[in-house]
Design a protein around this ligand. Sequence first.
Ligand code: NAD
Length: 263
Amino acid sequence: MSRYNLEGKVALVTGAASGIGEGCARWLAQAGAAVGIADLNLAGAQQVAASIAAEGGRALGVAMDVANEDAVNAGIQHTVDVFGSIDILVSNAGIQIVHPIEEFTFNEWRRVQSIHLDGAFLTTQAAIRHMYSSGRGGAIIYTGSVHSHLASKLKSAYVAAKHGLLGLARTVAKEGAQRGVRAYVVCPGFVRTPLVDKQIPEQAKTLGLSEEEVIRQVMLKDTVDGQFTTIDEVAEVVTFLASFPGNALTGQSFVVSHGWFMQ
Ligand code: NAD
């Protein structure tokens, strides 16, 4: 039983076949929202949707490459056709590519920007048009990162993209306020998902450390308790913000990181 109430609301979560996006989709569904599970990986999205449905929730697998305008528009329209509206967008799909800046190829840089920033722009534009035309307003929540606020060696493309989301969210908050649309950035610390599990051996190799040293000396060094942030912790903050009425919190970023980077 959720302590949040999203009965009658429709959400779309991108990158929801795995990790943080999947967790957000499950929490939103438990709060009563119908949820579009959007991902490049349609089979994975359909599995998550089926598992939410098996628990009594309403969910739909949606094929979507967030970097492709036609795919984004089609996926959001499909969700609106099936569930009747879109009230909550969680713009979450993301990738990580780790290199020293002199070794990044332009294609790698572009790939990171296109999924994080083009994806956030395209999904926002498609969703907000529906939020405005329905007159219902809505909430748009971006998955940022502690790296929306802090730099990190080897992650120039990711850090630049995650900082960019703050500017996009703040602008959406200003533009959307008169029409009932709020925008937020949720900024997790390190969470054990496939995205992070892939980084650990890569960073160990580049930095000449063991994997345990990367975890203790790089990833969790500045937390208050040496703990990873969990998917459920991030998903609960997203669900809280999706439920929170009015403009009091709009435009803000919320760091969910066990004390790593206190604003
Ligand atoms: P993940 O790899 O578990 O999940 C990412 C999902 O995004 C996958 O299902 C993947 O198929 C999907 N995806 C990738 N490219 C896509 C595209 N073009 N279109 C649609 N879907 C696409 O990763 P995660 O750790 O859950 O990351 C989710 C978000 O959280 C990302 O934006 C990431 O930057 C952010 N984040 C993660 C952490 C962490 O420690 N895991 C920390 C801070 C922020």
